[in-house]
Design a protein around this ligand. Structure first.
Ligand SMILES: NC(=O)C1=CN([C@@H]2O[C@H](COP(=O)(O)OP(=O)(O)OC[C@H]3O[C@@H](n4cnc5c(N)ncnc54)[C@H](O)[C@@H]3O)[C@@H](O)[C@H]2O)C=CC1
Ligand SMILES: O=C([O-])CC(=O)C(=O)O
Length: 261
C-alpha cells in the first residue's frame, strides 16, 4: 500500500516513524504534502498539490487541520486515492461533507475516520442501527492545550486555579469553534445522533494531567459510557493515541484478521 501524508507535525511524523519501525508492514510512504517547502529526510515532499498527486498513492492520511481537508480532500479523492481524515470537524460544513462523499463514490475509493483520540466510534455507529436517544461528550484538557486557541484570549491560562467550562453547545459549534482541539466532537456527532443533536461541554482544567474525553450514549440497545485519559503528544492538544489509532487502521486495511473494526 502506497501512502501519502498531508502534514508532518505531531501525528504525521509519529505515524511515519511507526511505519518505519514495522518493516513487515506492507506500507510505503511515497510523499508528504507540507504547508511550506521543507525537506524531510528520505521522503519526497512538496507544498504543491499537483506535485503531490504525482507520488502515486493508494491512500492519503490527512493529519494537518480542517483547512487542509477543505483544500485537498476532493481533489485527492478525484485522483483515485482513498483518504483518512483526522480533522473531522471540517465535515461540519454539510456542503463539503456531501462533496467529499460524492467524490469518493465517483472514484470508487473510500474515506476513513479512525477513532483517533477517542474510543468506540464503531460502537456509537453500531448503536445508530437502532434508535439512539442521547449522545454527549465532555472534554477536559490542561491549560497548556489551549494556547493558540480562542480560550487563550478569554482566560489567563497561566493563573487558572480551578476548572472552567469554556463551552457548552452542539458538536457542530464545538468543532468549528475549536478546530485544533475537539475534532472528537464532530466524530461523535457524525457517528451517532448528528452534529446538532450531540451535546458537548469543554473544560480547561488545571488539575488535569491528560486530555480527557467522556462519552455517554443511550438508546434502544441500552446505555454505555466511557472515559479516555490520553497522554498528550509533542503537541499538547493532541493525544499520542491518535497516531496509534491510524496504525491500527492501516493494519485493518492490510492484515488477514481485523479486530474490533
Ligand atoms: N480526530 C481526532 O481525534 C484528532 C484530530 N486531530 C487533527 O489533526 C490535526 C493535526 O494534529 P497534529 O499533528 O497534532 O498537529 P501539528 O500542529 O503538530 O501538525 C500539523 C502539521 O500540518 C501542517 N499543515 C497545516 N496545514 C496544512 C496544509 N494546509 N497543508 C499541508 N500541511 C499543513 C502544519 O505545518 C504542521 O506541520 C489537528 O489540527 C486536528 O485537526 C488531532 C488530534 C485528534
Ligand atoms: O487529541 C485530542 O485530545 C483531541 C483533539 O485534539 C481533537 O479532537 O482535535
Amino acid at each position: 500500500m502506497r501512502i501519502g501524508f498531508i502534514g508532518y507535525g505531531a501525528i504525521g511524523r509519529d505515524v511515519i516513524e511507526r511505519i518505519g519501525r514495522e518493516p513487515s508492514g506492507d506500507w510505503v510512504v511515497t510523499g508528504v504534502l507540507t504547508r511550506s517547502d521543507r525537506m524531510i529526510p528520505g521522503i519526497p515532499s512538496t507544498s504543491r498539490l499537483s506535485e503531490f498527486l504525482e507520488y502515486e498513492m493508494d491512500l492519503v492520511i490527512e493529519a494537518a487541520g480542517q483547512d487542509a481537508v477543505r483544500a485537498y480532500a476532493v481533489p485527492i479523492l478525484d485522483a483515485g486515492c482513498s483518504l483518512v481524515i483526522t480533522s473531522v470537524g471540517a465535515l461540519c460544513d454539510d456542503g463539503l461533507a456531501r462533496d467529499i462523499e460524492a467524490a469518493a463514490a465517483a472514484s470508487g475509493v473510500r474515506v476513513f475516520f479512525p477513532s483517533c483520540a477517542l474510543a468506540g466510534l464503531d460502537r456509537i455507529a453500531a448503536a445508530r442501527e437502532g434508535r439512539l436517544d442521547r449522545v454527549s461528550l465532555t472534554t477536559r484538557k490542561p491549560p497548556a492545550a489551549w494556547y493558540g486557541t480562542g480560550v487563550e484570549h478569554r482566560y489567563d491560562l497561566d493563573r487558572l486555579t480551578a476548572p472552567v467550562r469554556v463551552f457548552q453547545g452542539s458538536a457542530r459549534e464545538a468543532a468549528q469553534r475549536y478546530p485544533q482541539s475537539v475534532n472528537v466532537a464532530a466524530a461523535v456527532g457524525l457517528a451517532g445522533v448528528g452534529l446538532d443533536q450531540t451535546s458537548v461541554e469543554i473544560w480547561v482544567d488545571p488539575a488535569c494531567q491528560h486530555n480527557v474525553h467522556q462519552v455517554e450514549v443511550e438508546g434502544e440497545f441500552g446505555r454505555f459510557s466511557f472515559e479516555v485519559n490520553n497522554f498528550p503528544s509533542e503537541n499538547p492538544k493532541t493525544g499520542v493515541i491518535v497516531a496509534m489509532s491510524i496504525m491500527k487502521l492501516l493494519k485493518n486495511l492490510t492484515a488477514p484478521f481485523v479486530m474490533g473494526i
